[in-house]
Structure formats: C-alpha cells, structure tokens
Design a protein around this ligand. Structure first.
Ligand SMILES: Nc1ncnc2c1ncn2[C@@H]1O[C@H](COP(=O)(O)OP(=O)(O)OP(=O)(O)O)[C@@H](O)[C@H]1O
Length: 521
C-alpha cells in the first residue's frame, strides 16, 4: 500500500518520501488508519518492521503545530531508544513544522527545562525523567491527546509499571492510548488494556515472532570454552558489524576488555556508564569504527542501527521475549542477519522456552576448532595481503624496502606480512573472564519467562538492573531495592513520592513506594 492512500497531509508525504519509504509495511498499513480514527490500538509486529512510523505518522497527522501544548507523549524504556524515536518523529514532522523533544536521565535537567520552554508538541521520554519533570511542574500533560507506550510489554512489567501508572495519571482520561511492541505476553497485555478503551488489536500474523530474515543458530558449549568458541566463530564468520549481548554489566566489561586484548575493535555499553560514554560508543559503532558492540539488554530493544549483520548471545537471555528483541537488532528493514546463541548445559530449559515462544528450532552450530580458526584467519590475511600489495607503491619507502629485500628472502617477507595481518598471536592471548554458574532451573517452560523460580543466580548480582532482567521480582523472584530507569544509575526511590500534581489535574497522587529486597521462598 502506498502512503498516499492513507490521506496523509502533503507535508507528511514529502517527509516520508525524503525518508526513502515507498510502500507502507504491514503494521503501518493496518494501524495508521485506525490511529487516525482515534481508536486505541495494541500493535504487535516483528522487530524492524517500522512500528515507529506506524504510530508516528498518524500522530504527526493529528498534531496541530500552532497549538503550543504537548499533544502526544511517547514513553520509551531506554535513553538511546527515546533519542532515536524523537529523531525519527522530528524528521517525519519537519516539513509540517512539528516541534519534538526528548527527555531522559543522565543529562542536565536544567537544559531540558529550558528546551521545554520552546513548547514541543510531541514529547518522548524515559519514565524516570518524565516523573522528575512532573515533580518539578516543568511539563504539563493536560493537552495530551495520544499516549504511546513503546516496547509496551517491557514498560508494563513490574519494574516500570508504577512509573507508567504515575505518568498516565497526569494525562487526560479521554486520551488515545497506543501500545506497541514485537512481543506481547497475554498477562502483560491484560495490564495494558486497563489503560485503554475498547482497544483494537493489530497483530501482524507471521509464522513466528522472530523475523525470517535472521538465520538463528545455537552453540552448545561449556562456560569455560565459551569465549574461545565465540572468537573463533568471529574469525571464521568475519561479521561486519555485530552486537554481543552479555547478561550482566560485569560480564559486558569483562567481554569488552577480553575482546580488545585479542585485537578486536570492541566497546561496551551498559547502564553504569555515563551517558556521554554511552553515546560516544554508539556513535562509533554506527559509523563502523567499532566492529563489536558489547551490551547488556540496554541495547536489546528498539535500537535501529543499519548494517548490523550478526547478533551473538554470549549468555542465553533470561526471558524469551528478550531473545526476540536482541536478535531483532539484525535483519531489519528487509536486510538479512545472523544470530548465534551460546548455551551451556543446565540452561537448556531457557533455550526450549525461547524456541517455544518463537515457534522455531535453532540450528546447532559446531564451534570452529583452534586450527579451523587459524586457517580462516590465514585465508583472510592472504586476501588482505593481496589487497595491500595491489595498492602499495615503492614511493617514500624505496631505501628501506631495498634494504629489507636485500637481506630477506621474498617468501619470508610474505610470511611476515601474513603473520602480522592474521594477528595469530593476539587472537590466542589468554583472557580473564569469570566463570558464571548457569541460570537457575526454569520453573516452567510454558510461562513465557515471567515466572522464574525464586532466588538469584550467582551470575546475577542484585542491582544489575536491566542486565539481569530482575527488575521487579516478577521475573527473578525477588524485589529490588532500587528501581532502575533502564540504563540509568540505580535511583533509590524508597522515600520518594510525587509531591504535587500539575494544576487542574484531579488525580490522586500515587502511593508511596517501598522497594526492599524480598527473596521469595
Ligand atoms: N515503509 C517503510 N519502508 C522502508 N523502510 C521503513 C519503512 N518504515 C520504517 N522503515 C525503516 O525500517 C527500520 C525499522 O523501523 P523501526 O525502528 O520503526 O522498527 P520497529 O518495528 O519499531 O523495530 P523494533 O521492534 O526493533 O523496535 C528503520 O530504519 C525505519 O526507518
């Protein structure tokens, strides 16, 4: 279906064209007309299939650029995703002169307050910072006509739910509410429906939850062999741009250091890094200056980085939905991708739960041996040698080149080049990665990952926030003392409450929250 058929205004159609969109994707085709009609919508479609524009375009259609109020609010789970969504809405709305703004933690709030005085019509934000602004009366949601809860199943899970309830209380009752995600477990959907009125559900039917464009493999391995298995695969597969997911922040730090030690261009991203460092890393990765982005689940949802060819799950994700989102960072917008998930004995139940959710068996991949990896590196070094020779001239190095050629045999010189380019020594350096125990046994393989047996796994130290998926007790069987706005530093909100409501909003202030570590037995 062509975008013209939606009856969108010419300013939006020109922006869509500039964006290079020709045909609407299935989720766009189904949801755009409904949203324009004002219906509440639950939109579920596979990763990378254009859900942002599916809610963005109809919102932009309805926004009045002459009205200075915030007319649409989009809540996102991570800062990076909030930024990306705002950028996309900004581009699509630029010809219509719609003002957009993003607010998230880790940045000077005064600057955001200053920018809010420009009166954006669309605001995108992460829950923690939106609540900060509500506390300070620096945002007013009385003009909100449409509320979007993006990555809705994540946002309505225990870790975020209270924040969402708080924010929703500040928006008008007659607003339109939209929930979007690639995954939507029934129990979470039931919670979402409470914020909606007669919602229409749009589920783009497909064989499975994951995109067919991603070839999904698994590697059965042992914990102590995992890193070598993964790097040997790198040497054989030569991924152009890859994301490696680790379960915890410590894991991400260790993997990043170890990859760097072995000469890979890698950098890590997780919630304990300051925002400037996170953004720097993401920018370098997008520019292709890094080959590997090592990340916790902070990068699992929504991030649209073109050219990601491979996703490696160094640790099997704790909940199956997380798997869908992680591997959805590749195979986007019609491109092909590969995912590899490493599974240690004792975590097979998790693999089965994933396979059940995605309705697909992953193909087992035998990790390359040290010899096979060496041969692959040599093959690449040979290709590189020819490429280098093809563009090398004697200019500027004549004397030195003659000196070396007089002393050494040509074969030896070629061997030196091959050794240097294959990085054989670097690639086999010993590294130090703490061995983690497997995840605790799954309680049930039919619960879609939302009801794990109690207690922490040894690898998941308590306040890891998003990285262990145990934010609110629902998944991990314990309540955390800290609420984490995904990717933010832990915020102790035990004594925090909303102090006041914006004028004229007759909603009860939410109850004081108490977060304690409570191990369920
Ligand atoms: N109609 C279209 N034609 C071509 N490309 C599109 C179209 N709509 C969106 N895209 C592009 O597809 C990519 C994925 O879109 P988007 O990030 O909205 O996916 P998503 O469904 O929200 O994914 P996720 O579930 O991972 O958040 C983006 O680069 C976007 O610009």
């Amino acid at each position: 279906m062509k975008f013209e058929e939606f009856g969108l205004s010419p300013e939006l159609l020109s922006a869509v064209k500039k964006h290079g969109y020709d045909e609407a994707t299935p989720i766009q085709e189904k949801t755009i007309p409904l949203i324009i009609q004002g219906v509440d919508v639950i939109g579920q479609a596979q990763t990378g299939t254009g859900k942002t524009a599916a809610f963005g375009l109809p919102i932009l259609e309805e926004v009045d650029p002459k009205n200075p109020q915030i007319q649409a609010l989009v809540i996102s789970p991570t800062r990076e995703l909030a930024m990306q969504t705002e950028e996309e809405l900004n581009k699509l709305g630029s010809d219509k002169h719609v003002k957009t703004q993003v607010v998230f933690g880790g940045y000077d709030i005064r600057r955001q307050i200053h920018a809010l005085k420009e009166h954006p019509q669309i605001l995108v934000g992460t829950p923690g910072r939106l609540i900060d602004h509500l506390n300070r009366h620096t945002i007013d949601f009385r003009g909100v006509k449409t509320l979007v809860i993006d990555e809705a199943d994540e946002m309505l899970n225990m870790g975020f739910l209270e924040d969402i309830e708080t924010i929703v209380h500040y928006t008008p009752d007659d607003r339109q509410t939209l929930l979007f995600s690639a995954t939507m477990p029934d129990d979470i959907k039931k919670i979402g429906v409470k914020f909606m009125e007669d919602p229409e559900e749009v589920h783009i039917a497909s064989k499975g939850l994951t995109i067919d464009l991603v070839d999904q493999y698994l590697v059965n391995t042992r914990e102590y062999e995992k890193f070598d298995a993964m790097t040997r695969l790198f040497d054989v597969e030569q991924p152009e741009l890859a994301i490696v997911f680790g379960r915890t922040k410590r894991r991400v730090d260790e993997l990043t250091k170890a990859l760097q030690l072995r000469g890979y261009k890698a950098a890590g991203i997780h919630g304990d890094l300051d925002q400037a460092a996170r953004m720097r890393t993401l920018r370098s990765f997008k520019k292709g200056e890094l080959q590997f982005l090592v990340a916790t689940d902070v990068a699992a949802r929504g991030l649209d980085i073109s050219g990601v060819t491979h996703v490696y799950n160094y640790d099997v994700p704790q909940d199956p939905e997380s798997y869908v989102h992680r591997i959805g960072r590749t195979g986007r917008a019609g491109h092909h991708g590969v995912s590899v998930t490493f599974v240690v004995r004792g975590e097979i139940d998790y693999l089965r739960a994933i396979e059940k959710l995605i309705n697909k068996r992953m193909a087992a991949l035998k990790p390359p041996s040290a010899e096979e990896a060496h041969i692959a590196r040599l093959k690449n070094a040979k290709a590189e040698t020819y490429a280098v020779l093809g563009k090398t001239t004697i200019d500027n190095v004549e004397d030195e080149a003659t000196e070396i050629a007089n002393q050494y045999d040509a074969k030896l010189i070629a061997a030196a080049l091959l050794h240097a380019l294959s990085k054989d020594d670097e690639r086999t350096r010993p590294v130090d990665i703490a061995q983690e125990k497997p995840l605790p046994r799954r309680h049930s393989s039919s619960d879609h990952g939302h009801n794990f047996r109690s207690g922490r796994s040894n690898g998941n130290r308590g306040r890891n926030g998003h990285s262990n998926g145990n934010r609110g007790g629902r998944r991990g069987g314990f309540k955390e003392e800290f609420v984490i706005d995904r990717g933010h530093k832990p915020v102790d909100r035990r004594n925090q409450r909303i102090q006041a409501r914006p004028k004229g909003v007759a909603k009860a202030a939410p109850k004081k929250r108490e977060f304690k570590i409570v191990k369920k037995s």
